[in-house]
Design a protein around this ligand. Sequence first.
Ligand SMILES: *Cc1c(COP(=O)(O)O)cnc(C)c1O
Length: 350
Amino acid sequence: MACGTLTIDLDALVENWRTLDAMSTAGTETGAVVKADAYGLGAGPVARALWRAGVRRFFVAVAEEGAPLREAIGPDAEIFVFSGHMRGDTDTIADLALTPVLNSTEQLTRHVETLPGHPFAIQLDTGMNRLGMEPAEWEAVRDIALSLSPRLVMSHLACADEPDHPMNRRQLETFRALTEGISVPRSLAATGGILLGPEYHFDLTRPGIGLYGGAPHTEARPVVRLSLPVIQTRPVAAGETVGYGNAWEAPEEREIATVSGGYADGLIRAMGGRAQLYDGDQPCPIVGRVSMDLITADITDLPARPESLDILCPAQGVDALAEAAGTIGYEILTALGPRYQRRHIRGGAS
Ligand SMILES: *Cc1c(COP(=O)(O)O)cnc(C)c1O
């Protein structure tokens, strides 16, 4: 079989959740964001492991993501939908008992007209200008909305991965002003916000990337290993070239391995030349261009021909690979393609 293997360590994931939970202020509940198929790692197994660890509130981006999640974790978990209540979502929200996070008066009206009495949450815009009610809009509907007992009032930080950015405090103060004196639970922090400190925690936090081993949760345990089978190896002589565009030329005789996996699998083409493949902790530089389904690496220094080489492993984590590709860990994870065999393990066999 030529497909790569993506191994997801559920114990490391749960430990990362516990670490973030332990950082939170006493009385703050720690939820889990499992949108985009749990950042590419498999929402079903990921959410089940978190549910068993005590997570009771989950977040997805769109209502359609609620179906596999509800099936995985059963009827008692609360599933919030960040995009709120869109036209066409009503049956899904009702059937799966989802809690839409309403982002506008339009959504609030749709929700109370189509599903009176059905739970909802509210998102306020505190300056990011992406989702949520504007302060003036909130002012106009606040009393009515609060009289219907929302499950949560939340907002989202634009610059939480930069602790010294003045935007953090501005948003905190705006959020406080907009929610002063309300008795509804409040939520402001994702992973970055948890790390900013207790003022940002409120009643519920919403970590995503920190669970999956990515920055800004730099203390996180690695969760993923991605192993790519070696399909073929060959010696190349000095002056021979490898791959498209003759982009790499051997300076002397070298041994080249061709592994299965390429940009169609989320291994971003721009990482070629900067990232490595690994045999254990021994690096093998990627040479030539990353192509759609294949990557070539220089394995001259290895003692033996390997069966497979790792592109994500403790020696080269999600953020190191992101850096080589000129992107962020979030994009590396969520781009991981459907061709990998995903193996969910317990017991940290990394
Ligand atoms: C994606 C998202 C999160 C999770 O953010 P991380 O940085 O991955 O922890 C939390 N809240 C909202 C509104 C989001 O869109």
